[in-house]
Design a protein around this ligand. Structure first.
Ligand SMILES: Cc1cc2nc3c(=O)[nH]c(=O)nc-3n(C[C@H](O)[C@H](O)[C@H](O)COP(=O)(O)OP(=O)(O)OC[C@H]3O[C@@H](n4cnc5c(N)ncnc54)[C@H](O)[C@@H]3O)c2cc1C
Length: 410
């Protein structure tokens, strides 16, 4: 059997490892658009802050048998003839194909694209550019356009280096995609304490290079200066190369519970996909490392001939920002169903309960066992008798008498 995997990151490599163990006779080829060996993208902020002491620690172990081909960007797929074409004029045939091309940063303001001082952070080369601009610039301040997860993590890394940053936020508040107004304010306070400035209700209109720094013109007419601009306004699945194929996509590739696309023998996993969300029952992106790992394991298992189902997913995030844990899941940015909130000192807790089951939460500051919250939400365990413990961040597995197989890690 010839297995072809497009994309060599969390999902692609994990699928290759699974295929190696389930079909040792199979022929596995992985095509990567990048020229460097696969690495952990989620560790890039640690490379900036120097928490990752050695660059080598970033790289992921390669599967032992698979043929990993770097610098091969797929530009088209002929699903009838089962062939894949790359921009490097190479053609690869397959019996089973897996697409794990992940996502790429979204830059909504077209005017900003192309300027050497406007960066995004997704790949190792992006991080190298950011470090280079910071080293060379005569102005030591980074302008962060958007205050989503990646830009907040970049700000946290800058704070570790004592480099100030300025957030320019159109939506008025930090992490607006995952926390509510109150949660945003708690995080913004910590950001300000750590040398970050917040300019809200504004966007960047123009970036002009001047010597080794940038002059940034805001929509209000105000001009600020920085080493460079980092745009962090979310990601979009990398699906351009599927335009001429019949593979069904919405924002990402639509997959069923077996991780199959709408075309026979073509599977997809990781950030490039949209799958059913347990809480909303809608197709959504669940762009997370552990999701990419699990989806790719199931996809590869089914490519070999099994029929394993991938359960509906729940959105969640856990991140350490400015010394505080920020843990969110399910419906978190709005108030719906039964809402319980608790604010104390530097911590903010909120849980949302529907028919006695947890459907969303925010914990800024502290939570004892995040995995239990995820398990309770994924398995829709009854929490109606545990509301006091739940809002305190003190749920534990023993309270549910859960079978060990239902224990979930973040
Ligand atoms: C700065 C940062 C911080 C993050 N923090 C967290 C975190 O704290 N927790 C968490 O769970 N997740 C985090 N993530 C997200 C996590 O890294 C992703 O969910 C994970 O990398 C998804 O893996 P993937 O294999 O689906 O896709 P990706 O890692 O995006 O890899 C896809 C690969 O496919 C390649 N590719 C794209 N198009 C083509 C093509 N046409 N041909 C060939 N190859 C192609 C790309 O170059 C890329 O190497 C973070 C991401 C970033 C960037």
């Amino acid at each position: 059997m010839r297995y072809l995997i497009v994309g060599a990151s969390a999902a692609g490599l994990n699928a290759a490892r699974t295929l190696e163990s389930l079909d040792p006779q199979g022929e596995i080829t992985i095509l990567s658009a990048e020229e460097v060996f696969p690495y952990s993208k989620m560790s890039l902020p640690y490379l900036l802050s120097n928490k990752l002491k050695k660059r080598d620690y970033l790289f992921l172990p390669s599967p032992s048998k698979a043929n990993l081909m770097l610098g091969q960007r797929v530009v088209d797929i002929d699903v009838e003839r089962k062939k894949v074409e790359t921009g490097q004029n190479k053609t690869f045939s397959y019996d089973k194909l897996l697409i794990t091309t992940g996502a790429e940063p979204y830059v909504p303001d077209m005017e900003l694209e192309g300027s050497p001082l406007v960066l995004t952070v997704r790949n190792l080369s992006d991080m190298d550019k950011l470090k280079d601009k910071l080293n060379k610039s005569d102005v030591k301040r980074v302008i962060l356009s958007g205050a989503g997860l990646v830009n907040s993590e970049i700000a946290d890394a800058l704070a570790e280096l004592n480099i100030p940053g300025t957030f320019v936020i159109r939506s008025h508040r930090m992490l607006s995609q995952i926390v509510d107004e109150e949660g945003s304010e708690f995080i913004a306070e910590r950001a300000r304490e750590n040398g970050m400035e917040l300019i809200t209700g504004e966007s960047i209109a123009k970036v002009q290079e001047e010597g080794d720094h940038a002059n940034i013109f805001l929509t209000s007419g105000k001009v600020i200066q920085g080493s460079c601009v980092v745009v962090g306004k979310g990601v979009r699945p990398s699906i351009d190369f599927l335009e001429r194929t019949p593979i069904k996509c919405n924002t990402g590739i639509l997959v069923n519970e077996y991780m199959e696309t709408s075309v026979k023998d073509v599977y997809a996993a990781g950030d490039v996909t949209e799958s059913k969300d347990l809480i909303s029952d809608e197709y959504e992106m669940h762009a997370l490392w552990p999701v990419a790992m699990e989806q790719s394991r199931i996809a590869a298992t089914n490519m070999v001939g099994y029929s394993w189902k991938y359960p509906k997913e729940v959105s969640r995030n856990i991140v350490n920002l400015f010394g505080e844990v920020v843990f969110t899941g399910g419906i978190s940015k709005e108030d719906a169903y039964e809402v319980y909130k608790e604010k104390e000192g530097r911590s903010y807790h909120k849980i949302l309960v529907r028919d006695g089951k947890l459907v969303g939460f925010i914990f800024v500051g502290s939570v004892l066992n995040p995995g239990v919250y995820l398990a309770a939400m994924k398995n829709q365990w009854d929490v109606s008798h545990l509301l006091n413990e739940a809002i305190k961040g003190a749920l534990s597995y023993s309270m549910f008498k859960a079978p060990m197989r239902e224990v979930v890690n973040i």
